[in-house]
Design a protein around this ligand. Structure first.
Ligand code: ATP
Length: 136
């Protein structure tokens, strides 16, 4: 199917998504990028962010932590540390993770600043993606 893109989202926890889509937008480390069928091949690293997927007139949102994306003619493979579809996000868990990381940052000593800020970023974006559920 030349008019579709096969999108696979793979994490160490398993295959999160594998479907034919019309277009997608992802958070590359150099900025957001969009992919349509027939895109020139490239590989990029990804920031923690959201994948926005369009299929049959519907939009789906997926949380993706850092990783990379490989784009070929009509296939995109996203390899990420973790990923969840909007409807699979546990908002309470994300809120608790954010609170824990914020509390860690309050401690004056022995704080792994990068780790705590990355945890805050993951939880904040998870909450944003979960809020998109109703926007379908
Ligand atoms: P936590 O501290 O809550 O574990 P985390 O950001 O450290 O959050 P990750 O290391 O990114 O978690 O992910 C570990 C596993 O847990 C992955 O399978 C991921 O999909 C899942 N996961 C993490 N947070 C959530 C959430 N809020 N809702 C659903 N699944 C989650």
């Amino acid at each position: 199917m030349d008019d579709k893109i096969r999108l696979d989202v793979v994490t160490p926890y398993g295959l999160i998504l594998s479907e034919d889509v019309d277009e997608l937008t992802a958070a590359g480390s150099e900025g957001e990028f969009g992919v349509l069928p027939g895109h020139v091949p490239f590989i990029t690293t990804l920031r923690t962010g959201m994948l926005i997927i369009k299929r049959d007139g519907k939009t789906e949102y997926v949380f993706v932590s850092s990783g990379y994306a490989e784009v070929t003619f009509n296939k995109v493979v996203v390899l990420a540390d973790s990923a969840e579809r909007a409807e699979d996000i546990d908002v309470e868990r994300a809120l608790a993770a954010r609170k824990r990381a914020e509390e860690r940052l309050q401690q004056a000593e022995k704080v792994d600043f990068a780790r705590a800020t990355a945890a805050i970023e993951r939880s904040t974006i998870r909450i944003q993606v979960a809020e998109k559920r109703s926007a379908k």
